[in-house]
Write a new protein. Structure first.
Length: 406
């Protein structure tokens, strides 16, 4: 420890080297210099003997003597809770015009020149924190980490079925008024999932978690459900708004929509007045294609053969997206009703597309062991090798399912 409670430390790095190029093998701002020693070529067999200067002027003198013997030196620094031996080189420091001083620079980069000084421990801690941020290292050992550029736009467009797709989906189960613990809600959510898979939907389980939902009874007698963030915003906007808040333990079930989402393009031809497929909704709220008419746009897209293949393997042809937007169920309310895609909305979208002779883009859930076509271009990937008639799958849908034909 130097005078007035100071230590010898690295104050800064000369401006010749951008901080983005620093690494943990270099003397960094905040490093506490515990000692210096000559670094001879043959010193591998013996540990170097370090001199321990107590002030900036003393370490300058020691470096001057060592520099006359060998340009290369070892400096022992304290960085966080670790002691590190860094290889460096002695160089004159020209920051003072009255007399010559010496400092060190990085062993492998002449631009990295450290400016030494008498610093307090508090100042060293502040500088070390700055160095951690700049060099992107952890807080104990300063393990080197680098940040690299990444072409996010290209990856999203290449490796997702749709650039708006998140790949993973979820559904929120609100507790029934009679459910006093989250286990009951979780049991019900797993019953829904098991029933969905048993019906032939190729969902893949990912995770299940509890989620706190606020149910507020306001002073005007109304009820609402919202997240923590929404409630905080409401209080800021309406300071006089008073409410009694109950916390509900909901269950969120995460799943993958099949082992993959496969794109299909329905392209109508002149004179066609419908896409030629029977669309139904399962009891669990999913939209599926149950049959396809021969010679239609859906048939040309490969969906007729796909329906036949699904019938053979006991699966449903589930639509996960229409024109890039999800059509999967998203919530089960506290009265047991499933919030899912509206049939009318789908019918209107398809009718508008066929009227304008526009293409419709679907995404289909792919089931395990489904064999794609050898042709990797466009919707042909969905066509199985056998020509099988796309018979209806009503026995998989249950008596309460509804359907439309487009």
């Amino acid at each position: 420890m130097g005078g007035n409670g100071t230590v010898v430390g690295v104050k800064r790095v000369e401006a010749g080297m951008p901080s983005e190029e620093w690494d943990d093998s270099m003397p960094l701002p905040g490093d506490i210099v515990k000692g210096v020693a000559p670094a001879d070529d043959d010193d591998d067999e013996e540990s170097p003997i370090f001199a321990s200067p107590k002030s900036r002027s003393e370490i300058s003198s020691v470096l001057g003597r060592l520099g006359r013997r060998s340009e290369s030196v070892w400096i022992k620094v304290q960085r966080g809770s670790s002691l590190l031996d860094l290889r460096a080189r002695v160089v004159p420091y020209r920051g003072h015009k009255l007399y010559r001083r010496f400092t060190v620079m990085a062993a492998r980069d002449d631009r990295h020149v450290a400016v030494l000084g008498d610093l307090t421990l508090e100042r060293c801690a502040e500088l070390q924190e700055m160095s951690r941020t700049v060099v992107n290292v952890d807080g104990i050992g300063f393990v080197r980490k680098k940040s690299v550029s990444y072409d996010w736009k290209k990856k999203v467009e290449t490796y997702l079925p749709d650039r708006h797709s998140t790949l993973i989906s979820s559904i929120l189960f609100m507790p029934f008024p009679s459910e006093r613990n989250f286990e009951a809600t979780m049991t019900r959510s797993m019953a829904w999932f098991s029933s969905t898979v048993s019906s032939g939907a190729p969902l893949v389980f990912v995770n299940i978690q509890t989620e706190q939902i606020q149910k507020a009874a306001s002073s005007d007698g109304g009820n609402c459900q919202s997240s923590w963030k929404e409630m905080s915003w409401l209080k800021q906007q309406s300071p006089k708004h008073t409410s009694t808040v109950d916390l509900l333990q909901a269950i969120r079930l995460w799943f993958l929509p099949g082992v993959a989402e496969v794109p299909v393009v329905l392209a109508p031809e002149e004179g066609e007045r419908r896409f030629g497929m029977d669309i139904k909704r399962t009891e669990e709220g999913f939209i599926c294609i149950s049959s396809v008419f021969k010679g239609s746009a859906a048939d040309r897209a490969g969906l007729r053969n796909l329906c036949g293949d699904a019938s053979k393997t006991g699966h449903l042809v589930i639509v996960s997206r229409l024109q890039g937007k999800g059509v999967l169920p998203t919530e089960v309310s506290s009265d047991g009703r499933i919030v899912c895609c509206d049939h009318t909305s789908i019918k209107e979208r398809l009718a508008a597309a066929i009227e304008e002779m526009e293409e419709v883009h679907l995404h289909i859930m792919r089931w395990p062991d489904q064999r794609p076509s050898s042709n990797n271009v466009g919707p042909a990937i969905l066509v199985p090798p056998a020509e099988i008639d796309g018979s209806t799958l009503g026995h998989k849908l249950g008596a309460k399912s509804s359907h439309i034909i487009m």
